[in-house]
Design a protein around this ligand. Sequence first.
Ligand SMILES: Nc1nc2c([nH]c(=O)n2[C@H]2C[C@H](O)[C@@H](COP(=O)(O)OP(=O)(O)OP(=O)(O)O)O2)c(=O)[nH]1
Length: 132
Amino acid sequence: MLIVTAAALIRADGLILLQKRPEGRDMAGLWEFPGGKLEPSEQAEAALARELDEELGVSVDPQNLAPTCFASAKIRDKDLLLLLYCCREWQGTPQPLEGQELDWFAVKDMYRLPMPPADLPLIDLLERILRD
Ligand SMILES: Nc1nc2c([nH]c(=O)n2[C@H]2C[C@H](O)[C@@H](COP(=O)(O)OP(=O)(O)OP(=O)(O)O)O2)c(=O)[nH]1
């Protein structure tokens, strides 16, 4: 089982940061939430804070990562569990440190974006959670 943590970084105006997977990688060109795989025995929030630092150069206090929703999918015969956290407080301005494209989106605009199949149910869940 592959466990992946990902973050919806939500700006003061409500827009959410996504990154485009670079060429040469699996699912290149698809927009995803920043994050990545858990290392063996790594704690989930610590892993996500590490990924956000590596990918975007932002520093996040794991206490500011709010567990929000999850999705389960099969990718290339592997079971994936994708854990999505919301985060409204971080230090630093997100930078594309891995050559990825970055942009901010309203949740309702994510329905039209090419995203990995595992993310599709998350958009609907996120929209409902942020509305309530
Ligand atoms: N970060 C992130 N990964 C996602 C999302 N949706 C989704 O299916 N994934 C998948 C893509 C990858 O198979 C896996 C995340 O792995 P990763 O980012 O640590 O690694 P990667 O495949 O980019 O690269 P590598 O380390 O395997 O070389 O989860 C998402 O919204 N965010």
